[in-house]
Design a protein around this ligand. Structure first.
Ligand code: FPP
Length: 237
């Protein structure tokens, strides 16, 4: 799906990769890479909203990221908390709606509270929907959907014939949202790493060498221009 008027992607996904490599290249600690990465995210969010993007989904913490050093995990958690408390406090002005994709029950109580408050506070906003994928994994998301559907089947609420692509989509975290049109990954890695694996079936993929902390508004513009140039066929034509 796309914005008819400007040919803009309606939904952009970003795998914000390369924070630690950026930090290392500057002789800084990994935590500094994540801090600057959070600033980049803030810039991109406001810019995407300004140019009329309707959905922005960012991969901030994967189900695999728990394996990282305790200190690094704690830095990312604190950054999310600070991000919600500092930046999202003023976001109502920009009409942004915040959403979380992932299992937040594993996060500490104060972070869960900030998340729930932010989601509640912004739920009626009609501007850009900002999805933060946090403690998210694409396979995990599909397993959860299958469990929910199985539960309904066991209760006799649905039968085999009710199992359709739409039913699966409705049981994902992205329920009622369009699939991403464009997925960007920074830092030169050419993988999706479990990001929106069901939803990305027809997404245009765009890879850029730059590490996330140095990604700019101009880089986002270039990704969108490339998206516009591609002729998407959805396998049909
Ligand atoms: C990938 O780079 C980045 C992450 C795993 C964390 C992403 C987090 C942020 C951008 C900041 C947090 C912001 C919020 C709002 C939670 P990497 O650490 O894998 O870097 P590398 O590939 O160079 O090792």
């Amino acid at each position: 799906m796309e914005d008819e008027n400007k040919g803009l992607p309606l939904h952009i996904g970003i795998i914000m990769d390369g924070n630690r490599r950026w930090a290392k290249s500057k002789g800084k600690m990994a935590s500094e890479g994540h801090k600057v990465g959070a600033d980049t995210l803030d810039k991109m969010l406001h810019y995407a909203n300004k140019i009329g993007i309707k959905y922005l989904t960012v991969y901030a913490f994967s189900t695999e990221n728990w394996k990282r050093a305790e200190n690094e995990v704690s830095v990312i958690m604190k950054l999310l908390k600070k991000y919600l408390d500092d930046f999202l406090g003023g976001m109502d002005d920009e009409n942004i709606k915040v959403n979380i994709l992932g299992d937040i029950s594993k996060l500490n109580k104060s972070l869960q509270k900030s998340l729930n408050e932010t989601i509640e506070k912004t739920k009626n906003n009609t501007g850009l929907t900002f999805n933060i994928a946090f403690n998210y994994g694409g396979r995990d998301e599909i397993v959860r959907a299958v469990k929910k559907i199985t539960h309904k089947a066991l209760l006799g609420e649905i039968t085999e014939d009710d199992i359709t692509e739409e039913l699966i989509s409705e049981n994902l975290y992205t329920k009622n949202m369009p699939d991403p049109d464009l997925i960007i990954r920074t830092s030169g890695e050419l993988r999706l790493s479990g990001f929106l694996i069901w939803q990305s079936a027809y997404s245009e993929l765009y890879f850029v060498e730059k590490n996330w902390p140095e990604f700019t508004e101009k880089d986002l513009d270039e990704a969108i221009e490339e998206y516009k140039r591609r002729n998407r066929r959805f396998g049909g034509k």
